[in-house]
Design a protein around this ligand. Structure first.
Ligand SMILES: [Zn+2]
Length: 262
């Protein structure tokens, strides 16, 4: 493999800022390696501050709907009222670095693993039409990591164990990259390979929606972020999904490390 020159007159094509160019793969541009990281702990509310809504520094997709935000779109054009922020604000970013668990070497293109990867990549490409997303080669460059594995059983509200094909878990972490500390949403996404390709794609589309900040569910079945999967997999974003995302992207993101609590 040839070396890239240290100073090149213009960036190679993969580095150009063209979010419609497909899922880019480039080892470090915009997604520097994580040097250190540590969990972020939500500060205790100050004494006398009065009751505050219970907020979390971890969010998991567990089928529960949040409803403490009072106002939604009165015309029903989105489902913003079901979204839940973290204790540090909305877990949104101007761009996301995403890592997908690679195939084992010498995996045939027809294999189970390769079918999983194609389905997950198709879901990622759908979100890339709406967001700035960069595919990265190593997991410590990423804020979102997709794993090819079945989520562990989880107990539901009734205490019974439930199986699912996908799960997303958000943790806020302080992360050092290029010597700078910043507060980042870090999301682990588990997607089971034991489904039909269309179902893997639909599951990935839904769980990636959570990963990119949509921590809540729509109550309409045609939406990618519908609370429960339908018999026919949803493989495209609805107008409501797009409208909710556009609203979310107008909200302030996580406040920087060291910023005063408010
Ligand atoms: Zn969900």
């Amino acid at each position: 493999m040839p070396f890239l020159p240290l100073a090149s007159p213009e960036p190679p094509p993969l580095l150009r800022n063209d979010s419609r160019a497909g899922v880019r793969q480039n080892p470090s541009f915009g997604c520097p390696i994580q040097q250190q990281s540590r969990p972020w702990i939500a500060p205790e509310p100050g004494a006398g501050a009065g009751p505050t809504p219970r907020q979390v520094d971890r969010l998991v997709d567990e089928g529960a709907k949040a409803s403490h935000l009072p106002d939604g779109d009165a015309a029903g054009g989105d489902y913003r009222q079901h979204l839940k922020p973290t204790a540090a604000g909305w877990p949104v970013r101007p761009s996301w670095c995403v890592w997908i668990e690679p195939l084992a070497s010498a995996t045939p293109a027809s294999s189970f693993e390769a079918r999983w990867q194609r389905a997950v990549e198709a879901a990622l490409a759908t979100w890339q039409g709406e967001l700035s997303i960069q595919r990265v080669a190593t997991s410590d460059q990423a804020q979102v990591r997709l794993w090819r594995r079945r989520p562990p059983l989880q107990s539901g509200p009734d205490g019974r164990l439930r199986a699912s094909h996908g799960r997303a878990l958000l943790e806020l972490r302080q992360v050092q990259r290029l010597g700078q500390w910043q507060l980042e949403p870090q999301v682990e996404v588990l997607i089971s390979p034991g489904q039909r390709p269309e179902a893997i794609q639909a599951t990935s589309l839904h769980e990636l929606g959570h990963a990119f900040g949509l921590w809540g569910h729509s109550d309409q079945s045609g939406d990618v972020m519908a609370v429960s999967p339908t018999a026919k997999p949803v493989l495209a974003l609805s107008a409501r999904d797009r409208a909710t995302l556009r609203w979310l992207l107008r909200q302030p993101g996580l406040r920087p490390v060291g910023a005063p609590d408010y």
